[in-house]
Design a protein around this ligand. Structure first.
Ligand code: PLP
Length: 442
């Protein structure tokens, strides 16, 4: 008899007993290779001594002090280190407890900034279909993930969605990748024109789309065009790097590879690497200064903002990622994993696309490689793949609705950055076992 309200009431889960490196073990002793870091969280594996020591030391010093009364050394040091390693132009850090909170903070800060600047008409948020920005109501309304939104639709604020930059599905025959990117980016200008530029607050996007579409990177030039459009219309660019940030794609911030700096950026997941719940919103000096010189009070806040123990853990994580050179290892390790996946599944009749950046990789599952036709959603392919991989000892993150919230499926891989060569065949073997068990053409 359990009193826990679980995610799925009709499933029985094993109980986790311990974590060691990239492995989790349940209470029966079964080992699972954590090939997705849960949901792209555990970038340092499960037993990093530097991080666990930092947590213990902080708890022994002061575990918590409310930010209404105190700042703290770990929060100050973490913010300073984040800014020092962020793209030029992100100057202030607002610490929260996770990704949804970071996105809610971003949306509210955008609105308060416009309000204090005397641009109170700016209220419309534009985002993209096939995106996810969190499960709280503002973040959920912003996301374009149809199945997640549907039951709550009557409660969601009115938002607007343009096409994702999803070349495998959207690029037309005879169109270059660059032209495709410009075409879909220009949808932002059309949406702004339709709403009236003076009414538009922000555009929100994941630089590399995570769970909803399966590690979909933008094509070259896409985000540069998006930035231009935002600048031309006085619209803020909010990038959601909750999943793709903190080194996951090979650079600390994913947007570095697209050569753009957002006005506001949300990070979480890898920021605490699972050792503590933490998220952060970074913003430009222009936004911060407007609030500082205006009301002086960001009308937001949660009890656990800037939690000292979470900040201490995150500072240790960031030190490992940046000072120990772990982020630099992500691109070469990702390239190795990707080529192993391509070798093993590149010709698989039910794998239409293998994509991603760094150690953030997606395999899109199709019924027919030629036509890219998806499986009938009623088959529940993604859920079956998740269960079969788990059975085979691999934690990965399959999801259905890849194409439009209903059709399509993919498998997302986001293994820890401490991945070793020997782990790669293990991932491929377990995936192959799952594909053989579930896919008809295996
Ligand atoms: N944004 C993105 C891109 C995410 O992938 C997620 C979680 O998966 C979130 C926001 C929400 O983060 P959290 O689950 O920590 O609230």
């Amino acid at each position: 008899m359990s009193f826990v309200f679980p995610r799925h009431s009709k499933k029985t889960l094993p109980t986790v007993a311990r974590g060691e490196g990239p492995f989790l073990y349940d209470t029966t002793g079964k080992a699972y290779f954590d090939g997705s870091g849960g949901a792209a969280v555990s970038c340092l594996g499960h037993s990093d001594p530097a991080v666990t020591e930092a947590i213990k030391a902080q708890v022994d010093t002061v575990a918590f002090a409310h930010t209404g009364f105190f700042t703290s050394e770990p929060a100050e040091a973490l913010a300073e280190k984040l800014v020092a390693n962020a793209p030029e132009g992100l100057d202030r850090v607002y610490l929260v407890s996770g990704g949804s909170e970071a996105m809610e903070s971003a949306l509210k800060l955008a609105r308060q900034y416009a309000f204090e600047k005397g641009e109170g008409r700016r209220r419309h948020v534009i985002a993209r279909r096939q995106s996810y920005h969190g499960n709280t109501l503002g973040a959920l309304a912003t996301g374009g993930n149809q199945w997640r939104r549907a039951p709550f639709a009557p409660l969601l604020m009115n938002t607007h969605h343009i096409s994702p930059c999803y070349a495998y599905r959207g690029q037309e025959t005879g169109e270059t990748a660059f032209d495709y990117g410009q075409r879909v980016a220009n949808e932002l200008q059309e949406a702004i024109d339709a709403l009236g530029a003076e009414n538009v607050l922000a555009f929100v996007a994941e630089p590399v789309v995570g769970a909803t579409a399966g590690a979909v990177p933008p094509v070259e030039g896409y985000f540069k065009r998006i930035r231009e459009i935002c600048d031309a219309n006085g619209v803020l660019l909010i990038l959601d790097e909750v999943m793709c940030g903190m080194g996951r794609t090979g650079t600390l911030f994913a947007c570095e590879q697209d050569d753009v700096t957002p006005d506001i950026c949300a990070v979480a997941k890898g920021l605490g690497a699972g050792y503590q719940p933490i998220g952060a919103m970074l913003c430009s000096a222009e936004i911060y200064d407007t609030i500082r010189d205006g009301s002086g009070f960001f009308q937001h806040g949660h009890t656990y903002n800037g939690h000292p123990t979470a900040a201490a853990a995150s500072l240790a994580v960031l030190t490992r990622l940046v000072d120990d050179g772990i982020v630099q290892q992500v691109a070469p390790k990702g390239a190795k994993l990707r080529s192993a996946l391509a070798e093993r599944f590149g010709q698989h009749a039910n794998i239409g696309d293998i994509r991603g950046r760094g150690l953030f990789l997606g395999l899109e599952v199709v019924a027919d490689r030629e036509t890219k036709a998806p499986f009938d959603p009623s088959l529940g392919i993604a859920a079956k793949l998740k269960a079969a991989a788990f059975e085979a000892g691999l934690i990965c993150y399959p999801m259905g609705g890849t194409i439009d919230g209903q059709n399509g499926a993919h498998v997302l891989l986001a293994p820890p950055f401490i991945l070793e060569d020997a782990h790669i065949p293990l991932i491929c073997d377990s995936l192959e076992a799952a594909f053989s068990a579930v896919l008809p053409s295996a």
